[in-house]
Design a protein around this ligand. Structure first.
Ligand code: NAD
Length: 447
């Protein structure tokens, strides 16, 4: 087991073992979940536009398929390494169990800053990755999706390459989710993680009898997840006061006009911190220029005094180094693994609840499941129907996690406990481990 500081896989295994002990999970189940079932490492040579060959490192980690085919995104990022891939794959196993969809967990990635490649180079790299994975992926064994720095265009190249390699046989579209609508993608998938996260937040506030009106929110990361969440939260009456990308953020105590921010990014290609986007009332809009806009660093964003802090970028953002300075009243983890175990302990002491990633960001994989289902049956649903099913699923899952929470435990432990119980049931039924007297596999062979 990797024990390097802030190792995401160590974060996973330490929480797994702690929760496993606390719910008397079968030790063999915990042992099986502590290692991925399969690790695929591939070298990816591509021809650059200059004619030179560059070689990149790619991964696909298939963590567990006790509950269904492996499922998980593909990330293109310079920090991609085996430890990160193993953790992200394991969290997918838990996440699909928390929202009770018939998938296991996997994750893939390439160690690359995609901004360094031209579009043509990126396409060659995407195709080479799929060719190297070969039959390790497919609609009934492992179904990749977008993650950091990958999108529906990359899924389109993946789909085309996979179809080519497999003689265009049927159901090929069901090998990937997060595809463009024109290639079998699902309505609602693009915004699903954001909408799922907002639904979890609203359900949590409702169940814990807290007001929702005018709560202030800071969102770290303004990609697919962060921007869709911010937009929907803004429409639902929350006040988004701060947002950021990898280079830093902007803050306005009265709230930001999120649609204007998104429009400006679409126009300029990135977040321009020199511009201010205050959400002004009609009276304020007519008055003199607003000078309350501030440029802030990502560290400052995390430490803002807001009602809800939403990390929606990458891992290890709330650590032992900054957790004591967090002033938010509630944390909604839309990124995977943004909080280290040491930081979680500090937040527990400060009584700041953390709605964990494996619940909060599960809306994406939930609509991926709906996309896969639509592809397999070749029957497509309306956006309204998908959003309504998604909201219902996230509300139910939030209530399931809340009812699993023990008086002394936190929400992450509750979500892990729920997932471990469901995984244990599947693994016992499959006969992967021998039941102990206290384990009911649901079926006995002896009469
Ligand atoms: P994305 O590539 O669309 O956006 C990532 C955003 O994070 C960008 O704004 C980027 O500038 C910012 N960022 C990167 N490094 C940063 C840093 N060090 N500090 C601050 N900001 C930084 O990715 P995404 O799909 O929005 O994914 C974001 C997170 O959500 C990831 O942790 C991902 O695993 C998780 N997630 C994504 C989905 C999905 O459906 N896309 C589903 C579940 C979870």
């Amino acid at each position: 087991m990797s024990k390097k500081k802030n190792s995401p896989f160590f974060s996973f295994t330490s929480t797994l073992e702690q929760v496993g002990r606390s719910i008397d999970a079968h030790p063999d189940i915990i042992a099986l979940l502590s290692v991925p079932q399969k690790v695929i490492e591939v070298e990816l040579p591509i021809e650059k536009d200059t004619g030179e060959i560059a070689i990149y490192q790619g991964y696909r980690v298939q963590h567990n398929n006790a509950r269904g085919p492996y499922k998980g995104g593909v990330r293109f990022h310079p920090n991609v390494d085996l430890d990160e891939m193993k953790a992200l794959a394991a969290w997918m196993t838990l996440k699909t169990a928390v929202v009770n969809i018939p998938f296991g967990g996997a994750k893939g990635g390439i160690t690359i800053d995609p901004q360094q490649l031209s579009d043509r180079e990126l396409q060659r790299l995407a195709r080479r990755y799929i060719a190297q994975l070969g039959n390790n992926i497919g609609p009934t064994n492992d179904i990749p999706a977008p993650d950091v720095n990958t999108n529906s265009q990359i899924m389109a190249w993946f789909t085309d390459e996979y179809s080519r390699l497999n003689n265009h046989h049927e159901h090929i579209t069901a090998t990937f989710t997060g595809k463009p609508i024109a290639l079998g993608g699902s309505l609602g998938r693009e915004a699903a993680t954001g909408l799922g996260g907002l639904t979890v937040l609203q359900e949590y506030l409702a169940q814990t009898k807290q007001t929702q009106s005018n709560l202030t929110i800071a969102v770290q990361g303004f990609g697919n997840v962060g921007s869709n969440f911010a937009c929907l939260a803004d429409q639902s009456g929350f006040k988004v006061v701060a947002i950021s990308d990898a280079e830093g953020g902007i803050y306005h105590p009265q709230g930001l006009d999120i649609p204007s921010v998104i429009k400006a990014i679409q126009h300029g290609g990135k977040l321009d911190r020199n511009l201010c986007y205050p959400k002004l009332s009609v009276e304020q809009a007519g008055s003199s220029a607003d000078d309350s806009c501030q440029q802030i660093s990502n560290q400052e964003l995390l430490e803002l005094k807001v009602d809800v802090l939403v990390p929606a970028a990458i891992e290890n953002q709330i650590t032992a180094d900054n957790a004591a300075q967090i002033q938010a009243r509630l944390i909604l983890e839309l990124a995977n693994g943004p909080t280290t175990p040491a930081a979680q302990d500090i937040l527990d002491q400060k009584k700041i609840p953390v709605i964990p990633d494996i619940l909060a960001n599960a809306g994406g994989v939930t609509v991926s499941y709906y996309e896969w289902t639509q592809n397999i049956q070749n029957l497509y649903w309306s956006e309204k129907a998908i959003n309504s099913k998604l909201r219902q699923k996230m509300q139910e899952s939030t209530r399931d996690v809340l009812s699993e929470q023990s008086p002394s435990g936190n929400l992450r432990q509750a979500a892990y406990a729920l997932a471990i119980r469901r995984l244990q049931q599947s693994m016992l039924l499959r006969g992967w481990v021998r039941p102990r007297p206290q384990d009911t596999a649901g079926h006995s062979l002896s009469h």
